[in-house]
Design a protein around this ligand. Structure first.
Ligand SMILES: Nc1ncnc2c1ncn2[C@@H]1O[C@H](COP(=O)(O)OP(=O)(O)O)[C@@H](O)[C@H]1O
Ligand SMILES: [Mg+2]
Length: 297
């Protein structure tokens, strides 16, 4: 092996890991000194049930991380385009996730700089057609990972909003990710949905396509502390999660009308009212997620 092949190999292996590194010295022989620069996280927010707060969670976490001076890219990977709408991105007449997946534009072309300090790759209904139109039968589930490889080093966090099913787009998102966050309402259907998700889809992605994928945990959304149902179901979900060794975040996102109101004004919860309960909860969740990511490297 030549030294340069050695170097390439080394960097390739490093690139596969979730930390970002910077080469400090390379003396032309075997010495390669590197410095860890930062953690890089690509987080899919998934749950096959609709209306559980995926889109709200992606936008709120993204806005909060950007306010903490992190470089953030949000990807709308749901053909309903809810995230694009919620943060007032351009859904038409620009390169979107669809064109990126079809390779008629690059990921970089599709990036929009948003006023909240984060970047967005938008989506519209065209995205639903991508699966049928990509002819590379094997490569197509790796397509998002391939698209992101050219831009991921620019970001500290890439957060992917996914559709309410475990189909092609969600599989692409999971293969491209280092981490998974599962928002869930504390109710029975959501609990059983999580079981299915972890047992089938995530397990097979880990087995066949992305062995490093980590389940960060489950976060309860739309939480109302006083109802017996919420309490009983939290207990039920906690016991399911324990069986699977999955963390339940201590922070819960309270049910808060400010979320809906902020979305009808197309602003994130922090721009709308940083004192709203949901804003405080999402701020606490970001702190808890950052601790978790750091702890596990
Ligand atoms: N914490 C919350 N309190 C009140 N309403 C919420 C909360 N989180 C989400 N919602 C509302 O619930 C609906 C579904 O949320 P959304 O984030 O779009 O879920 P998903 O992406 O999983 O379909 C939206 O109308 C949203 O405004
Ligand atoms: Mg959504």
């Amino acid at each position: 092996m030549t030294f340069s092949a050695y170097e390439d190999n080394m960097l390739l292996r490093l690139r596969d890991r979730r930390k970002k590194y910077e080469v400090i010295t390379y003396d032309g022989n075997t010495l390669l000194r590197i410095r860890e620069v930062a953690f890089m996280t690509i987080m899919s927010v998934i749950n096959q049930k609709g209306g559980v707060g995926k889109t709200t969670t992606v936008l709120s976490i993204g806005a909060r991380l950007a306010a903490k001076k992190k470089k953030v890219l949000l990807i709308d990977f749901d053909s309903s385009g809810n995230l694009t709408l919620a943060c007032k991105g351009e859904g038409r007449g620009v390169c979107t996730a669809y064109e990126m997946m079809m390779k008629t534009c690059t990921a970089e072309d599709a990036v929009q700089n948003m006023p909240g300090g984060y970047d967005l790759i938008a989506a519209n209904t065209d995205l639903a057609g991508a699966e049928g139109q990509i002819t590379d039968a094997v490569g197509k589930i790796y397509r998002l990972r391939e698209c992101l490889s050219e831009i991921k080093d620019k970001y500290d966090w890439i957060i992917i909003d996914t559709p309410p099913n475990l189909g092609y787009l969600t599989v692409n998102a999971l293969i491209a990710s280092t981490d998974v966050l599962i928002p869930s309402e504390p109710d029975f259907l959501s609990a059983s949905g999580i079981l299915d998700l972890v047992d089938s889809t995530i397990r097979s992605i880990k087995n066949y396509a992305n062995s490093n994928l980590r389940i960060l945990g489950i976060v309860f959304t739309k939480y109302t502390a006083n109802t017996n149902n919420s309490k009983a179901m939290s207990v039920a979900i906690k016991s399911i999660a324990e069986n699977y060794g999955i963390k339940i975040f201590k922070t819960v996102i309270r049910n808060n009308v400010a979320v809906k109101n902020s979305q009808s004004e197309q602003r994130d919860i922090f721009q709308f009212n940083a004192n709203a309960n949901a804003a405080k909860d999402y701020a606490a969740l970001v702190d808890e997620i950052m601790r978790e990511v750091k702890k596990n490297g």
